[in-house]
Design a protein around this ligand. Structure first.
Ligand code: SAH
Length: 245
């Protein structure tokens, strides 16, 4: 039987938010490859090999997955949310590009998943209802100065913004700096939502103004959404009108 490779998004956490397409692939796979907590979300069964690795070795992991598929195995590379959003799909193509020419003939497909910003936005109401952008606040793969520049320009363009990887223990000061930049650019009344562990039992949602926002409100399980100048509350919901302010 010939091998294949699928880069699959597992959604934000709840099994009900995994697409039927991804479930079908997980049921047929011989190997699951990914960052440990994501691989752990795939149930064990006879005949399934689970290859879990650390978070910082995406390229090695991608290469390994390609090698397995080239050997004829049926490989699912898993990411949380959507695999194309700050996740494994790009690493896979990077490894493919750098690898042997024979890999070009492999049967490869990317299967979408519900990204954290979409799950968070739905829980909050519709804060991304007009033009918006998504920014990864981690400076692992880009200089912090570029993050600051993008924050300023996105604020100037009046985009709503979704922030991934807002704050980690290894870089606690950067999110405080990001809030400072946003307060200066958007004003103290702008709404900001913190959506933590969306669709899991620990889910927590909180919306405040930028003046009341504190860095401790976010951690690595939080997706942060800053509204545009028209974003407002409607009862317990937050939404952005579809027309420009
Ligand atoms: N590919 C993923 C994102 C990976 S980056 C996706 O499309 O969702 C990891 C970041 O995603 C986390 O730091 C957090 O900001 C966000 N995130 C992932 N799952 C989340 C969840 N259930 N609730 C809130 N934020 C989440």
């Amino acid at each position: 039987m010939s091998g294949w490779l699928r880069v699959a998004g597992l959604g934000p956490g709840d099994a009900a938010l995994v697409t039927p397409e991804v479930s079908a692939v997980l049921a047929e796979a011989t190997d699951v490859v990914g960052y440990l907590p994501y691989v752990a979300r795939v149930a064990e069964r006879p005949g399934l090999r689970r290859h879990a690795s650390d978070n910082r070795v995406e390229l090695d992991r991608a290469r390994h997955a390609l090698e397995l598929a080239a050997e004829g195995r049926r490989v699912a590379v898993v990411s949380s949310g959507d695999p194309g959003v700050f996740a494994m799909a790009s690493a896979l193509f990077e490894a493919l590009e750098a690898g042997p020419g024979s890999w070009a003939g492999l049967d490869i497909a990317v299967l979408p998943g519900i990204s954290a910003m979409l799950a968070a936005a739905a829980r909050l109401g519709a804060p991304l209802g007009h033009d918006f952008c998504a920014i990864n606040l981690s400076d692992n793969l880009k200089p912090w100065a570029l993050v600051e520049r993008r924050l300023r320009l996105a604020a100037e363009a009046d985009f709503a913004m979704a922030f991934y990887n807002p704050r980690s223990k290894s870089r606690p000061h950067q999110f405080a700096r990001a809030l400072e930049i946003l307060r200066a650019a958007c004003g103290p009344e702008r709404l900001v939502s913190f959506a933590r562990a969306v669709s899991s039992p620990e889910e927590r949602l909180e919306t405040v103004t930028l003046s009341a926002a504190r860095p401790e409100m976010a951690d690595m399980r939080t997706l942060v959404i800053v509204g545009n100048s028209a974003t407002r509350r409607a009862g317990r919901f937050v939404y952005t009108p579809r027309q420009a302010a």
